[in-house]
Design a protein around this ligand. Structure first.
Ligand code: GRF
Length: 201
């Protein structure tokens, strides 16, 4: 049976688009039940509309506190009734209550080879550090920052004259392949978390 997924995005949503395309091409056995965004100006909203995916805006700026925002987000996530929540450029840390409510049901993609360069500006961190390879990581979300069990990783060479933007662009291309692949594995029930490791059956 097809899984229900919901996507959380804050911005341009190119990874969201890659997921929409992979669903439409029949590569991911899922339906995308919702886009949830914290940003009413996110371009991801246009992408959802085009694909006829219901949109819920939980506008961070309209809440008096982070706690109240998180409560509203939790309730939107519960209403989405999804088997999997896909963070696609969702630019906030997911609070502990939400993580505990959906154990092993939230995935994220990060533009570096974790555990190297967690947090913001991962590609800039990689260039500044002088690494020769970087890449992207799809992982389950736990209460740590970008530290949950790793599902898939892709390596990307860092070239001699790369800057943050050129590296980000090259990594992004791989993200668009890697994320649908990881979501497909989840939807086919082929992922098993054993301690810190994710086994692919
Ligand atoms: C991607 O680089 C992703 O790895 C990171 O945020 C960026 C989102 O880009 N988490 P997009 O909104 O999917 O185009």
């Amino acid at each position: 049976m097809k899984k229900r997924i919901a996507v959380l995005a804050s911005g341009r949503g190119s990874n969201f688009q890659a997921v929409i395309d992979a669903i439409q091409e029949g590569k991911i056995p899922a339906i995308c039940a919702a886009l949830i965004t914290d940003n009413p100006k996110a371009y991801a909203i246009e992408r959802a509309k085009k694909a006829k995916i219901p949109v819920t805006v939980i506008d961070f700026a309209s809440f008096p506190s982070r706690e109240m925002y998180e409560r509203a987000l939790l309730s939107a996530m519960q209403q989405a009734n999804a088997d999997l929540f896909v963070l696609a450029g969702y630019m906030r840390i997911v609070g502990a209550d939400i993580v505990r409510s959906f154990p092993a049901k939230i995935m994220n993609i990060h533009p570096a080879l974790l555990p190297a360069f967690p947090g913001l500006h991962a590609q800039r961190q990689a260039v500044d550090h002088g690494v020769k390879v970087s890449g992207c990581t799809v992982h389950f979300v736990d209460e740590s920052l970008d530290g949950g069990p790793i599902i898939l990783q892709r390596c990307v060479r860092v070239l001699e004259n790369d800057d943050e933007d050129s590296l980000a662009e090259r990594i992004l291309h791989h993200e668009h392949e890697c994320y649908p692949e990881a979501i497909t594995l989840f939807c086919e029930e082929r992922l098993e978390i054993v301690g810190r490791r994710v086994r692919i059956r």
